[in-house]
Design a binder for this molecule. Structure first.
Ligand code: TYD
Ligand code: MG
Length: 472
């Protein structure tokens, strides 16, 4: 019997090579080529969408309802998607195992199904005896029973939400044919396989081939498809990077393992901005949107404690008030510990060096710990000044006013620089009742009810402004 033809494919970029090499000639990644069965020549031709020739139309006709997003009913998800799911679009939801991808999508489908049922009822359509689903959840990872148990916990029981446990792609497509849903979730893209493709389930060729096929089906039928994608340890989507190029939208869902907070961001979005942040809390009843995150992050703050500063930071377009905490304790170790949780360790080292050189704050014989409360990660330079003031406050034992916020970038020369959208940040602080702010000299005017302390340098900020009596 003739040996099946195999090719080597890069697990990173998806490029094909006829023989094994130590690196990929397309993207130059090393050790990423893996062997798989060559795709039979007829496989590509079976796509229904490819069989029909496209019909050109005037662009004015194409601009219309078809590209308008349909709200999912989940406010945080809709915020990130720029309104909802666009019919005919394909979205990948990536995230680490256990972060809550299946929960998020089950809840979103339940909400879409409930909306669809309400619309049908309004139009006097009782659903009829025929098989019709507004949403279809394809579980290729867990059993139908496991998903049903989760649905029960979440109180999901809409008759328009259908569930099927299936791993074979042709069967998945047959179910889509049969039920004609508006939205389909495939959980996950790494666990479905297409026998026509030949290569092993889970291989790069399979992930890419199945995604390609689902993209054509979505476009041909106008159904929105959401694919769950596993991420690698480095945070990228497992499987070829081409998956990201194939789909319209890539969402990243993440959060600290020991915190309830979950963040949803668009990494790529063909229909809108990638600057929106969705926030959820994972609890007993599943994921609950957090409409006022600043109030949540500051709820347990203890005013009057040295080392605590509130900073208005920006995640995408969303201003968040977070508490930056520092603890400075004497140490005899030759190189005392520095820990950074929720802030970048490199940035902290830089801030400490600037404090030492330009604000005469010698921390060479002290352990320094800096953390952002509540499981938030702040990686933007706007939190520099808050880190510096928190460290200085803990080192000197003098608390800052509990009505004070601060934001600004610290330059290596000790100068303070304005960060973008300072106005919006201060407005959010004023909304939550903060009445004083330490800001760089060039900052815009303060919102009503707020007093600004403008500082040109880190020395100014540390020695003159922020440590006024904490009486306000
Ligand atoms: P899951 O959606 O299965 O994550 P993923 O699909 O990303 O792997 O959610 C996993 C975690 O969420 C699990 O550890 C339990 C927790 N969880 C809750 O805390 N509350 C809930 O109501 C549900 C459904 C899950
Ligand atoms: Mg899951």
């Amino acid at each position: 019997m003739a040996r099946a033809k195999t090719v080597y494919r890069c697990t990173d970029c998806g490029a094909e090579a006829p023989k094994w090499m130590g690196w990929c000639t397309a993207c130059e990644a090393s050790g990423t080529l893996s062997e798989e069965l060559a795709t039979p020549a007829h496989a590509g031709r079976s796509f229904t969408a490819l069989n029909r020739p496209s019909v050109p139309i005037p662009i004015a006709e194409a601009v219309g309802d078809a590209t308008r997003p349909v709200p999912t009913g989940d406010d945080e998800l809709d915020r990130v998607l720029g309104g909802g799911l666009v019919p005919g679009s394909v979205t990948v939801l990536g995230g680490e195992p256990g972060v809550g991808k299946s929960t998020l999508l089950l809840q979103a489908l339940a909400s879409i199904a409930a909306g669809a049922a309400a619309r049908r009822a309004k139009h006097g359509d009782d659903g009829g005896p025929e098989r019709r689903a507004a949403c279809l959840y394809v579980t290729a990872e867990e059993s139908a029973r496991q998903v049903a148990l989760r649905a029960e916990r979440l109180g999901v029981s809409s008759p328009s939400l259908w569930l099927v446990a299936e791993t074979s792609l042709p069967h998945v497509i047959a179910h889509i044919d049969d039920l004609a849903p508006e939205v389909v979730v495939v959980d996950s893209i790494q666990t479905v396989h297409d026998p026509e493709l030949g290569s092993a389930p889970g291989s790069v060729g399979q992930v890419r081939g199945c995604a390609q096929r689902l993209v054509s089906e979505a476009k041909a039928r106008g159904v929105s498809i959401v694919l769950v994608g596993h991420v690698t340890k480095e945070g990228g989507l497992a499987g070829p990077r081409v998956l990201e190029h194939l789909v319209d939208t890539v969402l990243a869902f993440d959060g600290e393992r020991h915190h309830a907070l979950r963040m949803l961001r668009a990494v790529k979005h063909r229909f809108g901005s990638t600057h929106e942040l969705g926030l959820f809390e994972m609890g007993e009843a599943g994921l609950v949107g957090v409409p006022d995150p600043s109030a949540l992050f500051l709820a347990d703050r203890q005013p009057g404690v040295p080392g605590s500063v509130v900073a208005p930071v920006l995640d995408g377009q969303r201003p968040l008030l977070v508490e930056v905490q520092a603890l400075v304790v004497p140490s005899n170790a030759p190189s005392p510990r520095r820990t950074a949780q929720g802030v970048d360790g490199g940035r902290l080292a830089q801030v400490l060096a600037v404090l030492d050189r330009h604000a005469e704050l010698d921390l060479s014989r002290a352990e320094v710990h800096v953390a952002v409360a509540g499981g938030v990660r702040v990686l933007e330079p706007g939190a520099d000044l808050a880190m510096a003031l928190a460290v200085a406050s803990s080192a000197t034992g003098r608390p800052l006013s509990s009505h004070l916020v601060t934001c600004g970038e610290i330059g290596l020369g000790g100068e303070l620089r304005q960060v973008h959208r300072t106005e919006r940040r201060l407005a959010e602080a004023a909304r939550l009742g903060f009445s004083r702010a330490v800001v760089p000299r060039s900052a815009p005017d303060a919102p009503a009810g707020m007093l600004l302390h403008r500082a040109a340098s880190i020395a100014d900020a540390v020695h003159h402004q922020a440590f006024q009596p904490a009486a306000v």
